[in-house]
Design a protein around this ligand. Structure first.
Ligand code: ADP
Length: 267
């Protein structure tokens, strides 16, 4: 058994309890108070810097928009402006993701309510359909007949699902299918997103939910991303008392799934 324990003194310990044959049990405690504090300071620093970068970025974007309006722009200048805009979008995505992770971990905007996940999935599929069409993929969602009641924060669960669907689209080719499913089984609701895309090498699978981890292949390098999408998914699912995992075969596709406790005594 392992977990985290906060003692009366306020110090935080990682605790491991291990049975030892013929002896009894061994309890190991590692003081992680300073690591926790360091982590908090780091998160606050990142949040403050991210927040402060937003204002100048908005101003850069504003002037880029204005440039084309104040006089003629030649073809070369147009290309340069397009590159500036792409870079602004990348930094903005990164800042938004960083601020989101912090809010999720601090449990801000995480009010829970009873909700039938079929509606959340419906909304996400509607929102993502144009992106799938742009990418030439067929986005398939057949809602189950019975409801999928869970206790959740609908916007955050939608955000997690959106990240999974958006990855499925990003890492697939035209003509491939992305399938979303939802089902209830023995007190759990399972939601999955499958694609027929590039897949994930086995050795990378344990790391893809880490912050800033991006696949090492050339294919992934050519696709825009911050490496934060799956860490947002994991943070959201963790805060709901659930679990998220992946099954994938390079070249054959990936299935991402998360499970949440079902709400007893349907509404
Ligand atoms: P990003 O997509 O911005 O790189 P994520 O945290 O969403 O960041 O994903 C981390 C990595 O996991 C990606 O860089 C990619 O290598 C891999 N990955 C995630 N989803 C898929 C998918 N559906 N198919 C193939 N690889 C994926």
């Amino acid at each position: 058994v392992h977990g985290e324990a906060t003692l009366d003194s306020g110090r935080i310990y990682n605790a491991h309890l291990t049975p030892v044959g013929g002896v009894g049990r061994v309890l190991m405690l590692q003081d992680v108070t300073h690591l926790k504090e360091l982590n908090r300071v780091k998160s606050e620093f990142v949040a403050a810097v991210s927040h402060d970068m937003r204002t100048p970025l908005t101003s850069v974007q504003g002037y880029v928009d204005l440039l084309a309006k104040v006089g003629p722009v030649n073809k070369k200048q147009e290309r340069f402006l397009a590159r500036i805009e792409t870079s602004i979008r990348s930094i903005t995505d990164l800042i938004d993701d960083l601020l989101d992770i912090r809010r999720i971990e601090a449990e801000l905007d995480l009010e829970m309510e009873a909700c039938d996940l079929r509606h959340v999935i419906d909304d996400v599929v509607q929102r993502m359909r144009p992106y799938a069409e742009d990418g030439g993929q067929d986005l398939v969602w057949r809602p189950p007949v019975s409801s999928l009641w869970v206790r959740c924060n609908p916007p955050r669960i939608a955000q997690a699902l959106e990240n999974l669907v958006s990855n499925a689209i990003k890492y697939s080719s035209p003509g491939e299918r992305v399938i979303v499913t939802g089902s209830e089984d023995e007190g759990h609701v399972v939601v999955s997103v499958s694609d027929e895309g590039i897949g994930i090498p086995r050795e990378e699978q344990p790391r893809i939910f880490d912050r800033f981890y991006r696949g090492k292949s050339e294919e992934v390098a050519g696709i825009r991303g911050t490496g934060l999408g799956l860490s947002i998914v994991r943070a959201v699912v963790d805060k709901h008392g659930g679990r998220v995992w992946v099954e994938s075969q390079p070249g054959a596709g990936s299935t991402f799934a998360f499970v949440l406790p079902a709400l007893d005594g349907q509404i």
